[in-house]
Design a protein around this ligand. Structure first.
Ligand code: PHE
Length: 340
């Protein structure tokens, strides 16, 4: 019994508590009705008479120690609680910092939503591609400069060219090979071009390309869809302008400008005084492309368009340096908190 008392004495001396609930647990454990001290008292009755004096004294000391210890722990915690009189219980808790969506993801989502509302579905494909899907099926002549080492990152050249896709038109090829029209898709994704990294160019960027193939699809359909997109993206006042251009996979081809959304078309530094800014390339799918993908150009026609998400994001949020998009500086990313 002496040992038991000594063990309890050490235990009680070492007690520490973080909350008032802890203290109450201790009180129950040591001083409660079914607590350690009462258990000792019960055992005490069976102790031989000559030991009673010594043990009785020890038990009393232990009881005093436990009571004092528990009371003092309780006092400490209670006073810590009320010490700070400016404590404001109505104050909101310290806010936890949530991550934010990346500006390119926000803009991509907005673009895809607009096209979804016009009946386009999303198609995705691999970033590592072969020559056929990125170039040959899309009517690129064998000596076209885009195939050049300057533009394309090649992974291997033997037995076939394996490369990082330079545009998401490769996804359109993959869908056309497997599906007969009507086809109405948008292809978002990352693309790679071998360019020196600067504020205005990067070795990778992101695109959303679109493809619609059916019977009697015309250039007027293309124009209307792009006008609708521009108005939803940049506001109902936005005007568009189509300029003749060249792409191997479309004929006729065009580049589209929108009225500068910064000066409203008046002319400013951003649009270099012209009132217009270029946002995309487009055109009617070349019959050679349809043929290469197993679609009969005598029956079907279609249009395609493609644009860079970075460019659209710059127009919306005026990000001056393209490199900001891939540096993942949280101060930059948190600026898009409100757009979540
Ligand atoms: N694939 C072209 C590019 O990456 C964009 C484009 C798509 C142009 C469809 C016309 C039609 O620049």
């Amino acid at each position: 019994m002496l040992e038991k008392i000594e063990a309890l004495r050490q235990e009680v001396s070492a007690l520490a508590a973080a909350t008032l609930q802890d203290v109450e647990q201790m009180r129950i454990k040591y001083l409660g009705k079914k607590g350690e001290l009462n258990a000792l008292m019960a055992d005490f009755r069976n102790v031989a008479a000559e030991q009673k004096r010594e043990l009785g004294q020890k038990i009393n000391e232990l009881k005093t120690l436990a009571t004092e210890k528990i009371n003092s722990l309780r006092d400490q915690l209670a006073s810590a609680d009320t010490e700070d009189e400016t404590l404001d219980l109505t104050r909101t808790a310290t806010p936890s910092h949530f991550g934010t969506r990346h500006p390119l993801s926000l803009v991509k989502r907005e673009m895809l939503n607009i096209f979804a509302s016009m009946g386009f579905t999303i198609a995705e494909g691999p970033e590592i591609e072969d020559d056929w899907h990125v170039f040959s099926s899309l009517n690129f002549p064998a000596d076209h400069p885009a195939r050049d080492m300057q533009d394309t990152f090649f992974i291997s050249r033997n037995p076939v060219d394996v490369l990082l896709r330079t545009h998401t038109s490769s996804v359109q090829t993959r869908v056309m090979e497997k599906t007969q029209p009507p086809i109405r898709i948008v292809c978002p994704g990352r693309v790679y071009r071998n360019e020196a990294i600067s504020a205005r160019a990067h070795c990778f960027f992101h695109q959303v390309e679109g493809l619609y193939i059916d019977k009697n699809v015309s250039f007027a359909d293309l124009r209307q869809v792009l006008l609708q997109f521009a108005r939803e993206m940049f506001g109902p006042e936005t005007k568009i302008r189509l300029r003749p251009s060249y792409f191997p996979f479309t004929e006729p081809s065009a580049e589209m400008d929108i009225s500068c959304n910064i000066c409203g078309g008046e002319g400013c530094a951003f649009c270099k005084g012209t009132g217009w800014v270029e946002i995309l390339g487009c055109g009617m799918v070349d019959p050679n492309v349809l043929k290469a993908c197993g679609i009969d150009p005598e029956v079907y026609s279609g249009y395609a368009f493609g644009m860079g998400i970075e460019r659209i994001t710059n127009l919306k949020y005026r990000v001056k340096d393209l490199r900001m998009f891939s540096e993942n500086d949280v101060r930059f990313l948190h600026e898009f908190d409100c757009a979540r």
